[in-house]
Structure formats: structure tokens, C-alpha cells
Write a protein that binds this ligand. Structure first.
Ligand SMILES: Nc1ccn([C@@H]2O[C@H](COP(=O)(O)OP(=O)(O)OP(=O)(O)O)[C@@H](O)[C@H]2O)c(=O)n1
Ligand SMILES: C[C@](O)(CO)[C@H](O)COP(=O)(O)O
Length: 237
């Protein structure tokens, strides 16, 4: 089973407050984006990677691709003002494919077994996302006063990758652009078209590095991974 990959990396990392795009933050001596790209470079199911970047950082990203000899990055395309614009630009650059995956450059810890489960599900249904059941008690509030405790039994914390048949997600992005709808993930655009989106239960360690606190978790996950063993296909033992 093969898929094409779109990786948006054209953000500014404002919430990380690192004074630069967080993709360049080093984890164990390797830039964050290189950790993410390695996952897909090494996955035999991944056919091509479209990397979406800030125009001003294009040269830096090309140097990184050369430095780590990433063979599957076939295109580096300029992003837009919002994540959604960057993803749309990436999707439009995908070569003919059945299945397109979208994955945040800032989520370096996704595991191959979860990617493959997602791909199998999306091949069957046309649209699927990785998510984990919400662990926190969730409340709504008006100002500082609680108005409601929400039943978390049906709530999921959504991750990437998100996988779609290419025409399904392209149509959703086109419709969203026309309607002026801005979502925080791609599945929400597909939902707006009425197309059903399936959930595949993922892994709590597939975190997005959003604020400085996430770097503490990131380093701990990397240390744990160094202690884990994998078989020759890259599956956890
Ligand atoms: N205009 C944008 C905004 C975001 N992204 C990418 O989308 C992913 C998820 O977004 P987020 O974590 O919000 O990253 P930033 O936008 O960089 O962070 P912030 O919102 O804190 O500025 C990141 O890999 C980011 O580089 C992008 O390609 N283009
Ligand atoms: C796509 C995403 O990673 C799913 O969790 C997320 O929505 C990205 O945007 P956010 O603004 O950081 O939530």
C-alpha cells in the first residue's frame, strides 16, 4: 500500500517562543523537522514527500535535505499564512496518487504501525485520522465560572497524520477556501463537505511540539525510544 505525504513546516512557532521556526530546534543534535522526515523516508509505504516551507527558509530546507540525504522529498513548495493554506499548497503539488497523508512537521514521534493502520482504514473509507481518547475532565466556562462538565466518553484528541483519498481532500480544501472557512485540521474541512471521517486510535506519545514544555516530553520520548528495540521492518518489539 502506497501513499503520498504532505508535511507542512511553514509555521513560525509563535507559541514555542524560540525566536525561530520551531522546525530548527535540535533534539539530540538533529533538527525537529529531520526527525519527522526520517519517519516517512524510512517507511516503505511512503512514495513521495511534499515539504511545505516558508519562502525565506527554502535554501535552509534544501541544505537539510542534502545533509540527511532524504531521497523521498520530491518537492519543496512555499506555504501560506495559515496551516490550512500551506497544506492546500502541498496537496496541489502531489503527483497522481490514491492516498494523500498530511502530517505536521512538528510531530516527530509518530510510529509506523499507527501510520499503517491509518492507511489501511483510509484506503477502505476514504478519510481517516489518528486520535486518542481524551484523558482530562473537560469543562465549559463563562468567564471564570463553570457552566458545564462535558461528557468525555465521546471526545478524542486529534493528531496527524490524517489520510484521505486525494480528490476528497482537494475538494474539501477548495470548498473551504470558497466559503472562507478556516479549520485547525484537514479532517474538519472534509467533515464540512459531509464526507464521513473515521477515527483510528493512535498513541499518546505522538505529541506536537507546541510550547516549550513539550521539549521536556520530547527529550524523554527520545531517551525511551533509544532503549526500545525494533525488528527489521521498523515495528516495535
Ligand atoms: N502557516 C503555517 C502554519 C503552520 N504550519 C505548520 O503546521 C504544523 C502545525 O502547526 P503549529 O503547531 O500551529 O505550528 P506553528 O504555526 O509553527 O506554531 P504557532 O501556531 O505557535 O505559531 C507545523 O509543522 C507548522 O510548521 C505551516 O506549514 N504553515
Ligand atoms: C492538525 C493538528 O495537529 C491536530 O491536532 C492541530 O489541530 C494543529 O493546530 P493547533 O492550532 O496547534 O491545534
Amino acid at each position: 500500500m502506497k501513499y503520498s505525504m504532505v508535511i507542512p513546516a511553514a509555521g513560525q512557532g509563535k507559541r514555542m517562543n524560540a525566536g525561530k521556526n520551531k522546525q530548527w530546534i535540535e533534539l539530540k543534535g538533529k533538527p525537529l523537522i529531520a526527525h519527522t522526515l526520517s519517519v516517512f523516508e524510512e517507511d516503505p509505504w511512503c512514495r513521495e514527500i511534499i515539504l511545505v516551507v516558508n519562502e525565506a527558509e527554502k535554501e535552509q530546507f534544501h541544505e537539510l535535505i542534502d545533509r540527511f540525504s532524504f531521497q523521498k522529498v520530491t518537492k519543496v513548495v512555499p506555504g501560506g499564512a495559515e496551516r490550512q493554506h500551506s497544506v492546500f499548497a502541498g496537496l496541489k503539488a502531489v503527483a497522481e496518487t490514491d492516498l494523500a497523508l498530511v502530517h505536521d512537521g512538528a510531530r516527530p514521534f509518530v510510529q509506523r504501525d499507527n501510520i499503517h493502520e491509518l492507511v489501511v482504514k483510509a484506503t477502505e473509507t476514504g478519510a481517516a485520522i489518528l486520535a486518542v481518547p481524551l484523558k482530562d475532565t473537560v469543562k465549559k466556562a463563562k468567564g471564570e465560572t463553570v457552566t458545564e462538565t462535558v461528557d468525555r466518553a465521546s471526545l478524542w484528541a486529534v493528531q496527524t497524520p490524517q489520510a484521505f483519498r486525494l480528490p476528497v481532500v482537494l475538494q474539501a480544501h477548495r470548498q473551504a477556501a470558497e466559503a472562507g472557512y478556516l479549520g485547525t485540521d484537514d479532517a474538519s474541512l472534509v467533515e464540512q463537505t459531509g464526507y464521513p471521517v473515521s477515527i483510528v486510535e493512535g498513541d499518546y506519545l505522538n505529541i506536537k511540539l507546541t510550547t516549550v514544555h513539550d521539549l521536556i516530553f520530547a527529550n524523554a520520548i527520545l531517551e525511551q525510544r533509544e532503549r526500545e528495540t525494533y525488528d527489521s521492518s521498523g515495528t516495535r518489539l
